[in-house]
Ligand binder design. Sequence first.
Ligand code: SAH
Length: 337
Amino acid sequence: MDITSMAPDEIASRIGDRPYRGKQVFAWLHKRQVTSFDLMTDLPKQLREKLSKSYTIGTDIYTLRSVQSADLTTKYLFRLENNTIIESVYMCYRFGGSVCASTQAGCRMGCIFCASGKNGFERNLTPSEICGQVYAIQRGKPRVGHVVLMGCGEPLDNYDNVVKFIRLISDENGQQLSRRAITVSTCGLTPKIIKLADEMLPVTLAVSLHAPNDDVRGCLVPAARAFPMPELLRACSYYTDKTGRQVTFEYVMIRGVNDSLSQAGELAGRLKGTLSHVNLIRLNTQEASGLYASSDDTIRRFADYLCGRGIKATVRRALGSDINAACGQLRVLNKRT
Ligand code: SAH
């Protein structure tokens, strides 16, 4: 059993020891990231032996390959247990390093413009495997200040493990990453957004909206058909009320599909009065998808139109597209790759 997926109190109660022991072991795992119980030098030898008989540390996360793009974005190919292969990305911003982590190997959501589900769904990642991506990338680099769950997978489709990951990586005995510096991006699983709001973890919520109405949205994000926009937007307001955090709406700009000014007007009408921010993303084209990116001019005009209607809108800088590390380009790889 992988002890790196456990919170300090869980470790303490499993080993039947006092709470501080749990914190001590947790710190070795999440702060110093040791790979063997033998290195936990302030634990009694007996306890170290007991731990090594019953638990494993982290999953065997192995870097198969890393490639750096011209803008210093680095894409990692990791091999996890059972030969599951996933991708994660390190991005360098002025304010520090950011990791884009995967939450599932593959994806079930079926968004027509995204590569993540093209090879199907393999499995959910464990909390330890999500932490492991951050720790492996961080090795030898300045401390990672932000984590965005925008890699492969739908975070809220792996709800329990993702919430646990947030608790582990922000724990005061470990990395202490600020919860505000963690972004959960979802294609809009409404009931899970409400559940997340009730956890009172003030993480940043990003919702992949991509359309001003359910007709267009249903074509782009098939999973969204079960969650109509009025309820989705109500859940987002609930999230804001509960956490005090503004919601980001992601909107991939696809030529002739969702990028007209009348659609910008419809979107502005829907979002009026919500504490939110629209992040426009230029489509990263997938081979043979028949979908094309909107021009930079169209994107700028769409953003200006929203701003003119009182909706905050920005255009996301595309990093790493030359190494297939940009939004929607991460995949679960075939085991033979
Ligand atoms: N499943 C989550 C997180 C995945 S991806 C979600 O849907 O939000 C993170 C963002 O990249 C999402 O907004 C997603 O819609 C977007 N994206 C996916 N494919 C893309 C592509 N080809 N070009 C640009 N953005 C894309």
